[in-house]
Design a protein around this ligand. Structure first.
Ligand code: ADP
Ligand code: 5GP
Length: 208
């Protein structure tokens, strides 16, 4: 009997470094599955369809919503983003640990459906540094920058109520190691170990 997989949700304001940290996390911990989201936003330079996102038209995305293929979805900065249902529950049930990179509404919905999910929020060292990073990434036009900053400030108000852990992304390696350590701890949680505990109890009862 194996333990259940740990579902880790990672959120944080646009440009804080989620993608960068998650890339590092997968270099230092290979026993994880990254859930590739679907989105209607256009690919950035270097983004690969099926690796960073499944890039879709609005029609395709809306079709996936209607057919129930999305575990959750949200609109962020004028585009749809959503988590495919199929890969996740099946993996958790066989003890695979799953990582999601999703915004706050999505995190809220995931927590409602799967209350055992572990919610981690990534913070910038300062708001000035967050701005520097998002502008420095050079992927957004002025309008998108404005929308993303506005959303960041709204998220930052809501996050303290919702998330279980907060990690400041000062140094990428340190932030990635902290996530790795949290997941390692959660692998021993009551929820993750429930099937193992049940089996031991059954064995003990047979002895009694
Ligand atoms: P997000 O996925 O949260 O939108 P990214 O991972 O794309 O953010 O990072 C935004 C920018 O900040 C990128 O240019 C990235 O190289 C840079 N960055 C990420 N983490 C750090 C850090 N700890 N120190 C300095 N720059 C960082
Ligand atoms: P970006 O366009 O910068 O890649 O992502 C924008 C925001 O969408 C980020 O906050 C990211 O976490 C979020 N996001 C990515 N995939 C999903 C998803 O499947 N569902 C939800 N709700 N948000 C997502």
């Amino acid at each position: 009997m194996s333990r259940r997989g740990v579902l880790t949700v990672i959120s944080g304001p646009s440009g804080v470094g989620k993608g960068t940290i998650i890339k590092r996390l997968f270099e230092i911990e290979d026993n994880l599955y990254f859930s590739v989201s679907a989105t209607t936003r256009k690919p950035r330079d270097g983004e690969i369809d099926g690796v960073h996102y499944n890039f879709k038209s609005r029609e395709e995305f809306e079709h996936d919503i209607e057919t129930g293929e999305m575990l959750e979805h949200a609109t962020f900065s004028g585009n749809y983003y959503g988590t495919p249902r199929s890969a996740i529950e099946q993996r958790l049930s066989v003890g695979k640990d799953v990582v999601l990179d999703i915004e706050i509404q999505g995190a809220k919905n995931v927590k409602k459906m799967l209350p055992e999910a572990v919610l981690i929020y990534i913070l910038p060292p300062s708001i000035d540094e967050l701005k520097r990073r998002l502008i420095g990434r050079n992927t957004e036009d002025a309008e998108s920058l404005e929308r993303r900053f506005k959303t960041a400030y709204q998220e930052l108000h809501e996050a303290p109520e919702m998330y279980d852990y907060f990690i400041v992304n000062d140094v990428v390696d340190n932030a990635a190691t902290k996530i790795k350590d949290i997941i390692e701890g959660e692998r021993c949680s009551k929820n993750a170990m429930q099937d193992v505990l049940k089996q031991i109890l059954e064995e003990a009862e047979n002895l009694a």
